[in-house]
Design a binder for this molecule. Structure first.
Ligand code: SAH
Length: 345
């Protein structure tokens, strides 16, 4: 068994201390830290500005746990789905989504998911463990490389919409975003990062208290408790009133608009009262609505509503001055679209 510590679990200060304790200069810690994060190096061998003896000493004491792109599928529309192998053999998926103006990385935050949304393929996988900050960071680095290679520009946006519920792995998600946005990491703007959640009120409030600078998206899908609980059973524990209260708190503290993700299904939430409830919910805090296309996960229980039902949503929302976007899904032919991530391979 490998007892060596993962070096990326160390803070910069701890790394500097390690070198001092071993008779070297604290500055050596900065150099190694730079290799580990901004240069995203996965071997000590790469670290050519530190001596061979130092590299050997690091090798003796630490490992660099890292992900590997294990499989890669490319869609007709340019979307790339990656099967990502973690150091302990688990697989998660990350997706690169290109548009003419930008490329977006859709990253996973957990192995499997502990929520039980009936319409989502990932919910069929048991949650095995949380991803570490470096495992989330590495997904972004891998997709940035693919973006440069296949689309000739660097990654522009990140969405936490892959496998897992990011707010159930809050500490590690926050640490990964700190590294992604830090000049000592990837230096990306937090404005280009969106964390998507099914809605965990306590953590939404904590995020507001922590003054996070990234965007918040909430997978709403229904503004009626009864309906929402039937498709997202965890809503029993976190009912809409609590969600609403946490979102009001979020807005008070951050003054940042919330995005609601919403799928319209036939016979589930395509009635007049469903629309009215959403319009009412949208009145609580400044927000916009993304109507997302449903990606079937092959049991036929859920079906995308008719275009007239969807148009009803759009006209009602617009009538109340609520911004609404219709999001077409990408990478469907390779099961890379929202809700389809389930390690079929
Ligand atoms: N747990 C987080 C992030 C992962 S899901 C969340 O719930 O937001 C990312 C998005 O995909 C969510 O908006 C989710 O509701 C949506 N989604 C899940 N299954 C889907 C499906 N089959 N078709 C389309 N979107 C789906």
């Amino acid at each position: 068994m490998n007892k060596k510590k993962d070096i990326r679990a160390l803070t910069k200060e701890a790394l500097r201390d390690f070198f001092v304790e071993n008779g070297d200069k604290a500055f050596r810690g900065n150099q190694v830290y730079e290799w580990l994060w901004s240069k995203a190096s996965h071997t000590f061998e790469d670290m050519t500005n530190v001596s061979k003896a130092t590299r050997a000493m690091l090798e003796e004491n630490f490992v660099i746990n890292h992900i590997k792109v294990d499989s890669m599928q490319r869609s007709k529309d340019g979307t790339i789905k990656n099967g990502i192998k973690l150091h302990d053999g688990f697989i998660v998926e990350s997706v690169l989504i290109p548009t003419p103006k930008r490329t977006t990385a859709c990253v996973s935050s957990q192995v499997g998911c502990s929520l039980d949304c009936k319409f989502c393929a990932t919910s069929r996988l048991k949650r095995m463990r949380n991803l570490n900050p470096d495992e989330i960071y590495d997904q972004v680095v891998a997709i940035d490389k693919q973006s440069r290679l296949y689309h000739n520009h660097k990654l522009s946006n990140i969405v936490f919409m892959g496998m897992g519920e990011p707010l159930m792995n809050y500490n590690n998600v926050i640490k990964s975003i700190e590294k992604i946005t830090s000049p000592e990491g990837l230096g990306m703007s937090p404005k280009r990062i969106t964390v998507s959640t099914s809605g965990v009120p306590k953590i939404i409030k904590k995020m507001a208290d922590d003054e996070v600078k990234f965007n918040l998206a909430v997978s709403l899908h229904s503004a009626i408790d009864e309906v929402r609980t039937s498709i997202m059973p965890f809503n029993t524990n976190f009912p809409l009133d609590d969600l609403r209260e946490s979102l009001e708190y979020w807005y008070e503290k951050t003054e940042r608009t919330i995005t609601y993700e919403y799928i319209v299904w036939k016979g589930i939430n395509d009635r007049k009262e469903d629309i009215q409830a959403l319009v009412k919910f949208c009145g609580y805090v400044p927000c916009k609505v993304n109507l997302i296309e449903y990606n079937p996960i092959d049991d036929g229980e859920f079906q995308q509503a008719s275009s007239s039902a969807i148009n009803n949503y759009i006209s009602n929302l617009e009538m109340h001055d609520i911004t609404v976007n219709v999001r077409r899904s990408r990478g469907k032919d390779i099961d890379a679209a929202c809700g389809q991530l389930a390690n079929k391979s």
